[in-house]
Design a protein around this ligand. Structure first.
Ligand code: F6P
Length: 451
């Protein structure tokens, strides 16, 4: 399923200790068959649900612990202090998550002291000039209608032990919710490790946030579907521009640093894209089977084309240079592939005397700085509430995952050890090939395939 196979024991969830209090939630007794009931510890969701013909049931299958409200909890609500932090790039739905975490804690569990850490992990530096906000019902009331994050965000983090000092000694926080992507979860894990080393009773719970949809064990991270919706609008505009000109090319660059889920997803939503280029599927521009000869051929035959490229695709087209990382630890792009592709398309067609017009759309931050759509709003609400249940139960170093349409608890180390990438032989890419009609790969014929 992922680049690093799962090992037995890797999915075991850490907790701070035995639950000591009865949950204040009034729910039916734990019953795996009854939705909305308490969930007993040890209730599991299998990693694999499909069995091949004649395959025997694995007597000890890999499984996630099911997320949900526990009948007994670790923290006493009136004496609990929670905090939340939003990190990394902006993402539609972040304010929905802040609001739903607040509401679940405040109204359902009765936790009244809830802090909002400002500008990501930088707000956990003792000497920061932006101390946490004390959140209130009126603060969160309207925030879900807006994009961005009302707490502010940033990449990177101050020194881990200084953050734990601040959380423990200055703020007296019992539960920290870390809303962010893989960089944020690496930071959350570092905090949880230091907290465990000091034997402190602070729970760290991650909420998966990224438009890139590249977090392992999360079928769909919040923000992804909203980003697809915005990307689709741009592709429609690119299509209109392309068909409105003789040999019109509509070229759209979409975010997706390491994974092509946005480009592939938007291609499938729109069904108007003729070529989709993603980081997981390398391509050649020129030569036999290359992208540019295929584009020229299409212009001759159909008179227009829509091309979508993920920002992380085609990095091989830039000269080798030293790998640079951003403050979150992500490898920075070597160069901007959108303008490069526009230039190469232009040069190639001009050299061959093909009249053309190329309209370039860099969607940039437009697809992520908007409010959540309906689907993401629902997802954010669920993720937030499951995160609160996990935190109140004393689960720690844990991320709320989404697996087989169920919310599960995933140990953060299992998440950050692996990468989620779009499989070039999987269902999504196969669907993209059939929606676009493009070949499996752009480049010389694969000698292996030729047998
Ligand atoms: O991680 C999400 C993402 O949108 C990536 O697709 C993109 O490369 C990155 O954020 C850019 O974010 P920023 O410019 O804020 O560092």
């Amino acid at each position: 399923l992922y680049d690093v196979p799962l090992e037995a024991g890797e999915l075991a969830i850490h907790d701070l200790g035995r639950p000591r209090f009865r949950s204040p939630l009034r729910l039916p007794a734990a019953d795996p068959e009854v939705g909305g009931s308490f969930v007993a510890d040890g209730t599991r969701i299998l990693l694999r649900v499909e069995m091949g013909p004649g395959e025997e049931c694995d007597p000890d299958p890999l499984a996630f612990e099911k997320a949900g409200p526990r009948p007994e909890i670790f923290f006493d609500p009136p004496r609990t202090r929670a905090a939340m932090v939003t990190c990394g790039g902006l993402c539609p739905g972040t304010n929905n998550v802040i609001r739903s975490i607040f509401n679940e804690l405040y109204y359902r569990y009765g936790v009244k002291e809830i802090l909002g850490v400002r500008y990501g992990f930088s707000g956990l530096a003792a000497d920061s000039d932006h101390p946490p906000l004390e959140l209130t019902p009126s603060f969160v009331k309207e925030i879900h209608a807006f994009g961005g994050t009302f707490l502010g965000s940033s990449r990177g983090a101050p020194e881990v032990s200084a953050m734990v000092d601040y959380l423990d000694r200055e703020l007296g926080v019992d539960i920290l919710f870390c809303i962010g992507g893989d960089g944020t979860q690496r930071g959350a894990h570092a905090l949880a490790e230091e907290i465990a080393r000091r034997q402190l009773a602070i729970s760290v719970v991650g909420v998966p946030k990224t438009i890139d949809n590249d977090i392992p064990f999360v079928y769909r991270s919040f923000g992804f579907f909203t980003a697809l919706e915005k990307a689709w609008e741009v592709i429609q505009a690119a299509h209109t521009e392309a068909v409105g000109a003789r040999n019109g090319v509509g070229l759209v660059k979409l975010m997706g640093r390491d994974a092509g889920y946005i480009a592939a997803g938007a291609t499938l939503v729109s069904q108007q894209v003729n070529y989709c280029l993603i980081p997981e599927v390398p391509f050649c521009l020129e030569g036999e089977g290359g992208f540019l000869p295929a584009l020229e051929q299409r212009l001759v035959e159909r008179g227009h084309a829509v091309v979508v490229i993920a920002e992380g695709a085609g990095q091989h087209l830039f000269d080798e240079c030293e790998v640079e990382r951003d403050a979150s630890g992500n490898v920075k792009q070597r160069g901007d592939v959108g303008p490069l592709l526009r230039e190469r398309i232009g040069r190639y067609l001009e050299q061959r005397d093909v009249p053309f017009t190329c309209k370039y759309f860099d969607t940039s931050y437009l697809i992520r700085s908007v409010p959540a759509n309906t689907g993401d709003s629902l997802l954010c609400d669920s993720l937030a509430r499951y995160a609160v249940h996990a935190g109140m139960a004393g689960k720690t170093d844990v991320l709320v995952g989404h697996w087989h349409n169920t919310f599960v608890l995933v140990p953060i180390p299992a998440v950050i050890r692996r990468k989620k990438r779009l499989s070039p032989v999987g269902g999504i890419w196969t669907a993209v090939l059939s929606a676009t009609g493009q070949p499996e790969r752009f480049g010389p014929p694969d000698p292996a395939a030729a047998g």
